[in-house]
Design a protein around this ligand. Structure first.
Ligand code: ZN
Length: 192
């Protein structure tokens, strides 16, 4: 598979665009990592683990949290990256006018009805988030909250299965390892 200059231009432009949009945001871990680490990780997981070579999907993965978490408008995404990328981003964007528990419920309900590309992004997103929660969690999160996140993610991912075997296997292994690690840490085994 070969990629054109235009393809690479789009990847770099999306990365630059997302970095500027997320520039004042930090992850909730104790290191307060730059937020942009997360969408870059999602795109990299799709590329490396899922062997995703669809440029609009990779571009949308980089942009996937811009509408939900920054001042980015749908028009901005459409004008710069086109309607296909906008549609993918919108399919993985929560409606922030709704309460948090309702948004979480809607992710479970809506996931099966999204496009294959949006399902890939959802898989990468949950893999990245579980990795972060396990290795570098939000400072304020209790064990119970972390385990509840894993349970909820499993319900969302149940609705996107049959999309990419490698990503689904990666998710399953990560979920298993993550639960074991969190419970071991709780028993004090994680401390040396
Ligand atoms: Zn995300």
């Amino acid at each position: 598979m070969t990629f054109s200059e235009d393809d690479l231009s789009l990847i770099f432009e999306a990365t630059h665009f997302a970095a500027e949009k997320h520039q004042n945001q930090r992850r909730r871990n104790k290191e307060a990592s730059p937020y942009i680490n997360h969408p870059i990780a999602v795109a990299e997981i799709l590329w490396r683990v899922g062997h995703v070579r669809d440029i609009p999907v990779l571009v949308a993965a980089i942009l996937h949290d811009t509408i939900e978490d920054t001042d980015t408008s749908p028009d901005e995404i459409e004008n710069r990256f086109g309607p296909e990328v906008l549609s993918l981003v919108q399919q993985v964007t929560d409606d922030k006018t709704k309460p948090k528990q309702e948004r979480k419920r809607l992710q479970i309900v809506n996931a099966p009805h999204t496009s294959p590309g949006a399902k890939l992004i959802k898989l990468g997103d949950k893999i990245s988030n579980i990795h972060d929660i396990t290795t570098s969690p939000p400072a304020s999160w209790s064990l119970d909250r972390k385990l509840k996140y894993l349970d909820w993610s499993e319900q969302v991912i149940a609705g996107v299965r049959g999309t990419n075997a490698a990503l689904e296997a990666c998710y399953d292994q990560l979920l298993q390892d993550s639960r074991a690690k969190l419970l071991a840490e709780d028993n004090g085994e994680g401390h040396e």
